[in-house]
Design a protein around this ligand. Structure first.
Ligand code: K1U
Ligand code: ZN
Length: 168
């Protein structure tokens, strides 16, 4: 078991675009297990490889209460979006900040490969649907706060700076 370091906004490495995965060998399997440990320990309901400074197209999600329904999405792509999501989102890379992002869909269809390279298709709504959209953004180098107004972004940056100073 290993807990990986989660990059914190505004780290530039959160803006890197992830590359497709072609090798499903032991190194990837180890990374998946370590990312799952990291996500559950945080605790979070999702984690993208970008957030642990691995710039490959993979994210994990588990929105179950018992943390026993791990989903692994490799080389994911959204094939359908519908409706409007009213839920607020959070981010392990932007601790303590929750807000609603305009334009998030209520229902999402995603196609991806599982940890063994097997294709699957999933339709999701609610927290899982939102989490999938949020994690896919991470793989594109986008952090949710960057969708908020300039004023909100400045406030968030100030708050994060203050929190960092307090914890030093
Ligand atoms: O990608 C991440 O930073 C993880 C993020 C995922 C996410 C949460 C909510 C909406 C969209 C995306 C988190 O998990 S933040 C932590 C969180 O929301 C949470 C933690 C424990 C229980 C329930 C929620
Ligand atoms: Zn996030």
């Amino acid at each position: 078991m290993a807990i990986l370091n989660i990059l914190h906004y505004p780290d530039d490495r959160l803006h890197k675009v992830a590359a497709p995965i072609t090798d499903f060998g032991p190194e990837l399997q180890r990374l998946i297990d370590d990312m799952a440990d990291t996500m559950y320990a945080a605790p979070g309901v999702g984690l993208a490889a970008t957030q642990v400074d691995r710039h490959i197209q993979m994210f994990l999600a588990d929105v179950s209460d018992e943390q026993n329904e791990l989903l692994v999405f490799i080389n994911p792509r959204i094939t359908h979006l519908d409706g409007d999501c009213e839920l607020e989102e959070g981010c392990l890379s932007v601790p303590g900040i929750y807000d609603k992002v305009a334009g998030r869909a209520r229902q999402v269809t995603v196609e991806a490969l599982d940890r063994h390279g097997k294709p699957f298709k999933l339709e999701a709504d609610g927290l899982l649907g939102l989490c999938i959209q949020h994690e896919l953004d991470h793989l594109l180098g986008k952090v949710f706060v960057e969708y908020l107004s300039r004023l909100k972004q400045d406030r968030i940056l100030n708050k994060l700076k203050k929190n960092r100073r307090k914890s030093m």
